[in-house]
Design a protein around this ligand. Sequence first.
Ligand code: SF4
Ligand code: SF4
Length: 251
Amino acid sequence: MSINIPKNTKNIKKIKIKKINLDIVRQKGLFDEGCYESACNDICCEYGCDVDLASLKLIYKHRKQIEPLIKAKIEDCFQSGLKADDDYIGGGWRETEVREKDQRCMFHLHKESGCSLFYLVGKKGLPEQLIPTICKTYPITWNRGDLFVDRPLRQICKCREIIPKDRWIPSLYETQKKYLKRVFDIPAKEIEKVEKALKKEKALAAPRIKAVKEKMKKAAARAAVATAKKKATPSRPKKKSASKAKARKRA
Ligand code: SF4
Ligand code: SF4
């Protein structure tokens, strides 16, 4: 089945960004294994997403691989028709449907955690553009030239996890950077602004991390001395308990 593309659709290759909100540098990112090791149960997939026209075309092209993973037909995966919009790659978007059984986007894997599109890109080598932009860059999002953090962030999201105080956790900008560069057209001065802010954040964090590490080192040294002392002290024979002594007297 072919896609009915509106006449006013422009073939957008990258989304234009004019201004970046520095919150993307201040917010902790999807560190370590990111979403893969999170206990979030893919909560951000509960409302579905907007699929760019460029992704939509690939979804139709690779439908034979997608449909068995989601146990549904591609035609049943959308709740809106295609709308022309030059704020999306390809020049348009369609909103996905949410599955009734588990309240997850229709492209979420059937009875398993994870997204079928991420799976096919990561494990089966399908083109990265199969994944909608909004899902690749999340929780960073955009709107008509602004790039920012999509708040409120769920408490259970990896980027809100409580972290050890002795380490630097990369910001959202750092963990999502590879995607940001591929999908957005960002002016050089905005990138410079972000890099400068990142440098400042790291410089502010460095003394705090150093102090925490020193404190932990000292505590470990104190614990080692205490253990060594305990081992070196010869153990004294145990005193007989008073009750036992009294019992012997009575006997
Ligand atoms: S396309 Fe995948 S990542 Fe995006 S909302 Fe749907 S299931 Fe989640
Ligand atoms: S972005 Fe946050 S809520 Fe969404 S899958 Fe990753 S860790 Fe979970």
